[in-house]
Design a protein around this ligand. Sequence first.
Ligand SMILES: [Zn+2]
Length: 119
Amino acid sequence: MGRFDTATESLGDSRNGLRGAQIQVNLPPSFHGVHVAPLQMAHDKIAWIAPMARCNRVRVRRHTCDCKATIYELCASGGLMLVRRTVRAPEGAAVRESAWLVTAKAAHLRRLLLLGHAR
Ligand SMILES: [Zn+2]
């Protein structure tokens, strides 16, 4: 059994995907993306709002690992950025977004989120 066998089995698992709040995917370490750190005791609460379809062309610049039920994406459009949160559950995906921010502030927000200082 090499790494390739493991990856193939993992793809099989991901098709069955959603079980409860967690997605059961066993990826080899090299397949994983960024994971968010556990939430810190003292943290900022991000004001998540429903997506408003403000822009036609939104580019995803960074995203957290697909193995988790909740994915965070850093999205850019028209010189502004936001963080998009997608919570995948058996009943469907729930998408919320942060406010649109200038690049530096959005990058800072994403950094806080990844480190568990904001959620
Ligand atoms: Zn992962």
